[in-house]
Design a protein around this ligand. Structure first.
Ligand SMILES: [Zn+2]
Length: 344
């Protein structure tokens, strides 16, 4: 089968690899129908050390179940399923608490051991806990929005929950990538009164406004922090969604939160320390967030997608096939595309 393999920074190839197959009785085999490239795939795309073995890529996908192991109960051959960006057993202490990204028997797609989502088929470990069956067919018009349940929409929702967004509050979203844009959707969905988007790409800002952003701050660094303060009566935002991950974004996030406010961070941190330890202490800030347990949010977000109340699939502005994946990485890395969808 054809699949995406990364061998080092800037070196993404589509190659013929061994066919995905069932190994454990708890596995399912999924034939991928849609997948996508993630902003977090760009971190290794810019920094991965050369590797002879290469890493299989992709962690967001929808597909048809082709076969299941003898212990699988909740999905069957022919089901259309969405996979969360981490696999999990659904039964351990953490899964039961809705924190599937900390599953004691779970893990991450791709690498050197497992299939990735940017390929024609995937072996799914712990299929009962991992897969979520969709009540539509594979050609449904809502497929792009349903695909975002595998990561970016659930991750934006996690940022908003972690930032304690609620009615009457001012939310600020740091980052205008696909996750930041979904964070805007999530903040509106949870009732934020105002939503400030920090970003400066015109196409993304336009989409953020469509999704519910009420204010735009395009300045960066100290000027951006000042602008948010001005917009919030000098106090800062109640809820800050950090959707980037690098140090400057995190510094901005903690600097624009008001005293007693919360920062929900979902950008993968590229630094080992948190900035501004003393000011955040004296301001009684809550700093929460982490890898989103998107599996836990699928059931809650699905009706809003199916009934058209949210349209997170609009973050996809480019579509390719499997052979076009390397160009897709390039387009996203050069910010020529917000998010690339792969159709099989
Ligand atoms: Zn678990």
């Amino acid at each position: 089968m054809r699949a995406t393999v990364m061998y080092g920074a800037g070196d993404v190839r589509v190659e013929t690899v061994p066919d995905a197959r069932l190994v454990e009785p708890t596995d399912a085999l999924v034939r991928v129908t849609r997948a996508c490239i993630c902003g977090s795939d760009l971190w290794p795309y810019n920094a991965m050390k050369p590797s002879d073995a290469g890493n299989r890529m992709g962690h967001e996908f929808i597909g048809l179940v082709e076969a299941v192991g003898s212990d699988v109960r909740t999905v069957k051959k022919g089901d259309l399923v969405v996979a969360p960006f981490a696999w999990s057993d659904g039964t351990c202490e953490f899964c039961q608490r809705g924190l599937q990204t900390s599953c004691l028997h779970g893990g991450w797609w791709g690498g050197t051991e497992l299939d990735g989502g940017q390929g024609e088929a995937v072996r799914i470990p712990q299929a009962d806990g991992t897969l979520f069956a969709l009540p539509v067919g594979p050609d449904h018009t809502l497929m792009p929005s349903l695909l975002t349940l595998s990561d970016v929409m659930g991750t934006g929702h996690h940022a908003a929950l972690s930032a304690q967004v609620g009615p009457g509050k001012i939310a600020a979203v740091v980052g205008d990538g696909a996750v930041g844009l979904c964070g805007v959707i999530a903040a509106r969905r949870l009732g934020a009164e105002r939503i400030i988007i920090l970003g400066r790409h015109p196409d993304r800002i336009a989409l953020a406004k469509d999704f519910g952003a009420t204010d735009v701050v395009s300045e960066r660094g100290d000027a951006g922090i000042e602008r948010v303060k001005e917009l919030t009566g000098g106090l800062g935002a109640h809820s800050v969604l950090e959707c980037v991950g690098h140090g400057e974004a995190m510094l901005t996030a903690v600097s624009i939160a008001r005293a007693g406010g919360a920062v929900g961070r979902v950008g993968v941190p590229q630094d080992t320390t948190l900035p501004n330890a003393q000011p955040t202490f004296y301001a009684n800030l809550t700093i929460a967030g982490g890898p989103a347990p998107v599996r836990a949010y699928m059931e809650e977000l699905l009706p809003d997608v199916l009934e058209g109340r949210i349209q997170p699939g609009r973050v996809f502005d480019q579509v390719t096939n499997i052979e076009g994946v390397p160009d897709g990485y390039r387009a996203m890395n050069e910010r020529k595309s917000i998010k690339v969808m792969i159709e099989f």
